[in-house]
Write a protein that binds this ligand. Structure first.
Ligand code: GLY
Length: 304
């Protein structure tokens, strides 16, 4: 029993090949839910981190210097446990490093060289995270900038097609948890950290809800959007209403694009976005909800 909902990132394609990976990940994660919420979350995100199709792990965008720096986080709402890895390099599965941090230490966030050192100490080998496609996109973007032109690729993601942070929320009948993983924004400043490892910004879980966000990281941090969603649900709203309210607020405060996915302690799932795409898959009691679609608020909350 239980619910697992996974998103593939704001503006990631909803083509069959992308949805199939998300569906496979959700079903595999659901199979582990009876054992452990955190194990299920990790299994889901590892599949996405191994695929070059998603902006996390091996498919991550490159920063301005052509380096992949990734953020990942896990939060368990039952035990108020949180762990995050920020600006880590050269590991394929930042989510697994975050899990190791949660289970082996009292530290909550590790960043940069310290995160890499921790990963090596705990057996995560050096791994190339630069995919050919992202390297090519980065080279083209830097060439455009050198000519004084705006890169034709999406500046946010670096590719002709878009894609941002991936995330997953689970409810196992007893409690809620969430996890996210990301390469962040294309051409970001080296060392820049987004909303994914910021509890209350891009990720949150409590006894009330589990929430993950995707979109402009700075906007989610400055508005504490995931915490806001949790508070609105705690106030009596359904996740779908709370998410709509959060995206309206994000739009008012920051004119930002975003996608939000949440599940509450009654097993109600909500999701919405105000950009081009937001692939979401939901598995309930082991069954995939065919044709599940997040609510598209792009017309109402356009940022262009
Ligand atoms: N949402 C990804 C980032 O801004 O880092």
């Amino acid at each position: 029993m239980g619910i697992i909902a996974v998103h593939g990132g704001l503006d990631t394609s909803r083509d069959k090949q992308y949805l199939e990976i998300l569906q496979d990940a959700a079903l595999q994660g659901h199979g582990l839910l009876a054992k452990s919420r955190v194990q299920a979350l990790e299994a889901v995100l590892r599949i996405l981190e191994e695929s070059p199709k998603f902006n996390c792990g091996y498919g991550s965008v490159l920063n301005f210097d052509g380096v992949v720096e990734m953020d990942a986080a896990i939060v368990d709402g039952v035990f108020s446990r949180f762990s995050a890895i920020a600006a880590i390099r050269d590991v394929h599965n930042p989510v697994s490093v975050a899990r190791a941090l949660m289970e082996k230490t009292k530290d909550v966030i590790l960043a940069g060289d310290g995160a890499i050192k921790f990963a090596r100490k705990h057996g995560f080998p050096t791994a190339n995270c630069v995919s050919d496609e992202q390297l090519d996109a980065w080279q083209k973007a830097r060439e455009s900038l050198a000519r004084g032109e705006k890169p034709t690729q999406n500046l946010y993601t670096g590719l002709a097609y878009h894609g941002d942070t991936v995330g997953c929320v689970v409810w196992d009948g007893e409690g809620l948890a969430a996890a996210s993983s990301t390469g962040g924004c294309s051409l970001k400043t080296p060392g820049r950290v987004g909303d994914t490892p910021c509890l209350g910004g891009g990720i949150f879980a409590s006894k009330t809800s589990a929430v993950v966000c995707t979109g402009v990281g700075e906007a989610f941090i400055e508005t504490l959007t995931s915490k806001y969603v949790d508070e609105v649900i705690a106030g009596g709203s359904e996740p779908q209403q709370a998410i709509k309210s959060a995206l309206k607020r994000l739009h008012e405060l920051k004119k930002a694009e975003g996608g939000i996915l949440a599940v509450d302690a009654r097993g109600r799932v909500g999701s919405a976005f105000n950009a081009g795409q937001f692939p979401v898959v939901v598995v309930v009691d082991g069954k995939l909800l065919e044709d599940y679609q997040p609510v598209n608020l792009r017309q109402e909350l356009s940022v262009h």
